[in-house]
Ligand binder design. Sequence first.
Ligand code: SAM
Length: 215
Amino acid sequence: MFTLVPHAFGWMTEQRPIAAVLGGELELRLLNYRDWTPLRAGQVDDEPYGGGAGMVLRVDTVAAALDAVYGGQPDHRVVALTPSGRPLTQEVVEELAAEEALTLLSARFEGFDERIVEHLATDAISIGPYVLSGGELPAMVLLDAIARRLPGALGSEKSGLVESFSRELEGGLEYPQYTRPAEFRGWNVPDVLLSGNHGRIEEWRREQSRLRSVG
Ligand SMILES: C[S@@+](CC[C@H](N)C(=O)[O-])C[C@H]1O[C@@H](n2cnc3c(N)ncnc32)[C@H](O)[C@@H]1O
């Protein structure tokens, strides 16, 4: 993970799912572009050609960081987090979670020099049609979504199998979940869930999932 604010990821490494897989299924390296910049005083960005507000992350800075860490262009996928990227979906998460290694690039301010996205990255991913101030939150979203797909990330392997957008639910939304108390302020848990009839419960859940997922 290349970022200008590695410490922003601190809390994540202490929480599930990342904490559960760190050092095992997942090795996470938080790297700061500034540590390898060829420019003076830790400079990594510059004014946009053609004018305009803000600062743009320089291609030579990012290339220097990749060269230093990988000895050149990595032989795995390099994902740039950018609002103009491919929208992040569970399908994309599954695809990236299946990779042996990934490099994530985040920017701040006005974003990347386009040559980073074109030549240094293999993928560009957006977490949604809105603009955040930096790529750290998008990267955390992607990291969390990937980490929970790794073996041992969740308390129970089953909870990761049957959830919204999973193959088990045909890509649809999860059915409603309830817990104790069975009645609160006159709001009752559906009878079928208290019936102990696992066949009927399963049928009800599938039906609810289908109802929620249409339209
Ligand atoms: C303020 S944004 C730059 C926005 C850019 N000037 C534009 O209009 O598309 C700074 C950085 O935050 C990250 N970022 C912001 N919104 C994002 C999103 N929806 N998905 C992925 N990354 C995002 C990217 O790394 C981006 O380069």
